[in-house]
Design a protein around this ligand. Structure first.
Ligand code: ADP
Length: 352
């Protein structure tokens, strides 16, 4: 989004220098906070006669491009003060691809899919981290059997940065909002507090070098989604749905959010979870409990990659409950996830 604002600001020209305000270094700072965009402009000359004209142009141009945001323009004069040696702002610089795992609504298996995708990508030889950002029901600590983990902070004197140490489980780096909240806190943590905590978890977690960081998003679409989209450069989004029509209807909103021109995150693909049920004693039979192929159809009709289906399998549920995701101990589940992950990797690479 910041880049988009910058591009827009390039159209504002200083009438005297005839240079655009970005290239001439007048845009000192752009920051986005909830529904506000702050832009700080620096005029080398004191009492520049064009200052208020430029301010108005900036305001109008950004307001019309970013509907729903209030734009606050601050003017400064003179040479910029000498910069302090910059503190690194984020520990995500070693992360090659951030992929959000989202769903239109809760209970469709988004967290289960995230955990199994992460382990399958690990088995394919990638370095993988998981950020559990589901503030309404963080379940990754349980899925990976690290519920009691208490993250510590470590000051790195070289970079002057306070890093938070992630849990290491099954070869993955794992950070969860669930390490910081109790289920009873959930209400209190919604909104601003959760969003501040998430910001810290994104940027301060010592992720190290990763090929993929998967984010278990909260269900639906909301402020937390926009915040995550703003804080991180997402390589793509995987959307999990069941075949039910109502679940698919919610997927549409998710897809629209990621595809919105101001968001512009490629939809890596849709996974249809709980696609059918096969009883152990009748392995050839498939029972389409939630309807048949709804998510696949939606994907095909809307030109969205379809990554694959996962049936209802008891081991999947038990694996999540026991802290050992099912790709680790069920060859059928492994097969489904391998095929999904191969397409996922291909699509992420294609879109970057
Ligand atoms: P969400 O993150 O979308 O709220 P969860 O991943 O918590 O959903 O899954 C909801 C429930 O469904 C959990 O009990 C989980 O174990 C179970 N589940 C998810 N996918 C499957 C599947 N393919 N087969 C059987 N149970 C599943």
């Amino acid at each position: 989004m910041e880049q988009q604002i910058k591009e827009r600001l390039k159209t504002v020209i200083h009438p005297e220098t005839k240079q655009n305000i970005v290239e001439s270094g007048m845009v000192e700072k752009i920051s986005i906070e909830e529904k506000k965009i702050h832009i700080s402009l620096r005029f080398k000359k004191a009492r520049d006669p064009f200052a208020s004209k430029i301010r108005r142009e900036v305001q109008e141009s950004i307001e019309s491009a970013m509907a729903g945001y209030a734009v606050i323009v601050t003017l400064r004069e003179g040479e910029a003060p000498k910069q302090q040696p910059e503190k690194p702002r984020t520990m995500t610089t070693g992360v090659a691809h951030v992929v959000a795992v989202a769903s239109g609504k809760g209970g469709v298996g988004k967290s289960t899919v995230t955990a199994n995708l992460a382990l399958m990508l690990r088995d394919m030889g990638y370095r993988v981290g998981v950020l559990d950002a589901d503030i309404y029901g963080p379940s990754q600590p349980k899925m990976f059997g690290v519920e009691g983990y208490m993250p510590e902070a470590e000051h790195d004197t070289e970079t002057n940065f306070d890093a938070i140490i992630p849990a290491e489980a099954m070869g993955l780096k794992l950070m969860s909002i669930g390490f910081f909240i109790q289920p009873t806190d959930a209400l209190m943590w919604r909104g601003t507090m959760a969003s501040n905590a998430l910001r810290q978890l994104i940027h301060q977690t010592r992720w190290g070098t990763l090929d993929f960081l998967l984010i278990d998003m909260p269900p639906g679409t909301g402020d937390i989604h926009l915040q995550l989209i703003n804080e991180l450069k997402l390589s793509g989004a995987v959307i999990v749905s069941t075949p039910q029509q109502v679940a698919v209807a919610d997927v549409v909103r998710g897809v629209e959010m990621f595809r919105h021109p101001q968001v512009n995150v490629p939809v890596t693909g849709i996974v249809e979870n709980m696609a059918w049920f096969t009883p152990e004693e009748l392995p050839e039979n498939r029972y389409y409990l939630f309807g048949r192929g709804g998510a696949r159809r939606y994907a095909e009709e809307n030109n969205i990659p379809f990554l694959g289906e996962i049936p209802i399998i008891q081991r999947v549920m038990e694996g999540s409950d026991e802290g050992r995701p099912a790709v680790l101990n069920d060859s059928r589940v492994e097969e489904y996830y391998r095929s999904i992950c191969e397409k996922l990797v291909e699509n992420v690479m294609k879109s970057c």
